[in-house]
Design a protein around this ligand. Structure first.
Ligand code: FE2
Length: 240
């Protein structure tokens, strides 16, 4: 396998150590940011990851460990994306080939990593320690598209249970309606759909806290969804 052909599972190996080394999000860091940054030196204090630090240990049902390690994985994806983007200048485009070539590997790795980063940002951006109910816009849209919030949840949960990577609620700007779909990996996306809400169904997102209980994970996740964020995403998507 090419070095840029990334496998999520390979990221998971040794991830606990990487969490501290790469992001500085150790137990201590969760409590005392400045001290952790000072301890970990120049490799820490990555602003975009730090913005999620308030989620560590603050989400009911989710341990500090699973959130910290998941954030470390996001940071790994970001770093790998940055490396892939910087390597593209060194690849000979004249040797591009659909069977096996460095440029092919670059093209495929970029999609995988770009989406992995964006999907994880969508996931973490819409989590909150508070209890937030769906706002008027998204509440009305869910009702119009699926009959009721409960009917939406039944379909969304079933879709998430049927895939290996992401359960997704999206806005279809062509048909002007909400759509539920799922992905087995990061590299495919139906055209024309704007993501509103995503749930990570890869085992790394829940297995430490919910071994063999993905349904319990989904219930815990739903209780921590920040519907204000979803409402605002719908407003932006539907006005395009
Ligand atoms: Fe993930």
């Amino acid at each position: 396998m090419d070095e840029h052909n990334l496998d999520r599972r390979s990221f998971l190996r040794g991830l606990a150590g990487a969490a501290v080394m790469v992001t500085g999000l150790s137990e201590a860091a969760a409590e005392e940011p400045s001290a952790a940054i000072a301890k970990a030196g120049q490799k820490t204090a990555i602003p975009d990851i730090q913005k999620y630090r308030g989620l560590i240990g603050a989400l009911e049902g989710f341990s500090a460990t699973i959130i910290r390690e998941h954030l470390a994985l996001l940071e790994r994806y970001r770093q790998e994306l940055s490396e892939v983007e910087s390597h593209n200048r060194t690849i000979d485009l004249a040797l591009a080939d659909p069977l096996a070539s460095k440029w092919r590997n670059h093209v495929l790795a970029w999609i995988e990593l770009h989406n992995a980063v964006r999907l994880h940002e969508l996931y973490f951006d819409a989590l909150t320690p508070k209890s937030v109910k769906p706002g008027q816009k998204i509440g009305k849209a869910l009702e119009e598209s699926f009959g009721s919030f409960d009917q939406w949840w039944v379909k969304f949960r079933a879709t998430a249970m049927a895939v290996r990577a992401w359960g997704i609620l999206a806005w279809d700007n062509q048909s002007k309606r909400l759509v539920i779909f799922g992905l087995d990996n990061d590299s495919e996306w139906p055209l024309g759909l704007e993501p509103l809400l995503v749930v990570d169904m890869a085992e790394h997102a829940y297995v430490l806290d919910f071994i063999g209980q993905p349904l319990a994970y989904l219930d815990a996740w739903l209780a921590r969804v920040n519907w204000v964020v979803v409402d605002s995403r719908l407003a932006i998507a539907s006005e395009k």
